[in-house]
Design a protein around this ligand. Sequence first.
Ligand code: PGA
Length: 251
Amino acid sequence: MRRKIVAGNWKMNTSLREGEELLRNLLAGLSDRHGSQVIIAPPFTHLPSAAALLKGSGIELGAQNCSSEESGAYTGEISAGMIKSTGAAWVIIGHSERRTHFKENNDVLLKKVKCALKNNLLPIYCIGELLADREAGMQQEIVGDQLKEVLFKLSPEEAGKVILAYEPVWAIGTGKTATPSQAQEMHQFIRRLVAEKMGNQLASQMRMLYGGSCNAKNAAELFAQPDVDGGLIGGASLKAEDFISIIKAAG
Ligand code: PGA
C-alpha cells in the first residue's frame, strides 16, 4: 500500500509573517487524525521559521527548488545542503514554472536531483506536457523524455527515493483540471514505463502525485484513481481551510 501524500507548493507567495499565520491556521485546523503524509513547500526565506513551527507536528517541510551546484561562487543560488540544514526533508525539482521561466532543461534537472540526493534531500520531480503537446497527441512522448533524461539516469536506489508529480502544464493555475480518467491514464502510463525501465518493484512502490488545479472539490475523485497517490497543490494550499479539506480527501 502506498501512503498518500499531499504537498503544498506555496510558490512565490506570502510574507514571512503571512506564512507563519498560514502554518498556524493549518496546525490548528489539522488536529483531527488524517492518514496521509503532508509536506509544505514555502519560499526559501520561510524555511527556518517553518521548521520551528512544524516541529513535532508530523508535517514535513520542503523547498521549491535547489541549485544544481554544491557550493561556491554562484551568487543568489541556494544549495541542497543549505536547504537540508534548515530542517527541510524535501525539494521540488523541475516544476513547469522553472522549466518555462528559468529555462531549466532535463540536463540541469538531473544535476539538481543528484545534488539533492547527495545531500539527503528527497526530490519531488515534476513532469508534464504543455497544452500544445496534448493537442498534438504528444503527451506520453514528452513525459517519457522527462523521465528518460532524469529518473532513468539514476541508480535504482536513487530512483527509489524520488516522488513524481505529474502536472499537465495546461492545468496549473488555470482552474482547468485533468479529469480523473486523464490523470489515471497518464499515471498508469508512467508506472508502466518505470516498471519497464527500472523494474516492477520500484514501479509499484513509487508514489506519483497529481498537480494542476487540484482543489477541495475535485481532490477526492482524483485521489481515488488507482495510480494517483496524492497531490501537489498550488493555489489551494494558500488557504488553510481548503488545504485541510484536500488532506482529508486523501484519507
Ligand atoms: P495549482 O498549482 O494547484 O495552483 O494549479 C499546482 C502546482 O503548480 O504545483
